[in-house]
Write a protein that binds this ligand. Sequence first.
Ligand SMILES: [Zn+2]
Length: 449
Amino acid sequence: MSVTFWAQYAWLPHVNGQVVERDVLIGTVDGGRIAEVTPDSGPCPPGAVRLEGLLVPGQANAHSHAFHRALRGTVQVGSGTFWTWRDTMYRVASALDPDSYLALATAVYAEMALAGITAVGEFHYLHHAPGGARYDDPNAMGEALIEAAARAGIRITLLDTCYLASGFGTEPTKPQLRFSDGDADAWAARADGLKPREHARIGAAVHSVRAVPADQLDTVAHWSSMRRAPLHVHLSEQTAENDACLNAHGVTPTRLLADHGVLGPRTSAVHATHLTDEDVRLLADSATTICMCPTTERDLADGIGPARRLASAGCPVTLGSDSHAVIDPFEEARALELNERLHTRTRGHWTANALLRAGTEDGHASLGWPESGRIEVGALADFTVLALDSVRTAGPPARLGAETAVFAASAADVRHVVVGGRQIVRDGVHQLVTDVPAALRDSIAALSS
Ligand SMILES: [Zn+2]
């Protein structure tokens, strides 16, 4: 089915960079690809779907753990550390089974859709039943996530995560038993059972150098290499990880990953907060993507990673909501710049266009969807429309739409969302999940009942 959309304004690629154009006709064809982009087309023609506001490419949430959404609020009581936060997270994880995870993840992905997110990279390590027993389908949990994305109408890259150890030379702890396949060969054999679909692609992840012994890293890297699949890894989020890695191997986590073939242009290093000069060089020389998760990193008191330095050295940068302390891709984007401002006491490290690109084109590429994230002929018809007449966005001229989107808008300003030419959010209402707050409330309450 071909559908034509008319956007009041759209942020479009241009020979001189991105520009905001008005009265943009976007035609789509079977398969949900963009067949026509015509700016200055005049008023909305009969039969076209009218989209008031600023149309931007769909947002790619490059790093998600869907079940962390159940922690919102509860982990803000008192103080604690990253490690006490993790203990609470493990308690929630222990309550999930394929049915309850399907319900929770459907609600979380619907929240993402309402925030303008059209593709999620799910860093998935909750593979087995509590204690480590296998489900009848050993991929039942991963399949629940793929189905949840379908129900919420968004794309997913399931980053099936290898997680084998609780630390360097230590076996998994009790809550971690359900994360482990035993060794990387068994992980690969199970991951082989996952198949891509129209809305879903399969990638790999190394949980971290803490959780995957060095002699197992090559197997995961090889698996992703053979499939040309994305490979993601948590990297140096905490200085304790760096210290333990140096103690065990005499090298930094980045160096260890480089020595075992984990870095490269299909790889995303998530966080990359505490790096040495050599780490930065290794990541840049290998064209590894850096996924920053600013709202989670500030929530967990991780520190401010060297995103600007890495980008200047040549690393693409993407954005993720990770623990879902909030789900707001515009907040993630502006936090990248605003963190740098606080850190350096100077302004102007990232343009609004560069920040939007991180959340769209580069984010999709890092998840193995290089044909999404741009409004151009041949690309997937994935886009998000932001209100320019809300209390947050009214006032600036439309030509400053990118600046308004990044520095003033919030998820609450997302008015329409289209994935593959299909409208899944209309006037701020999800078209597939009828009551998203109730779905979140009920699926989270079910975990403590
Ligand atoms: Zn994470």
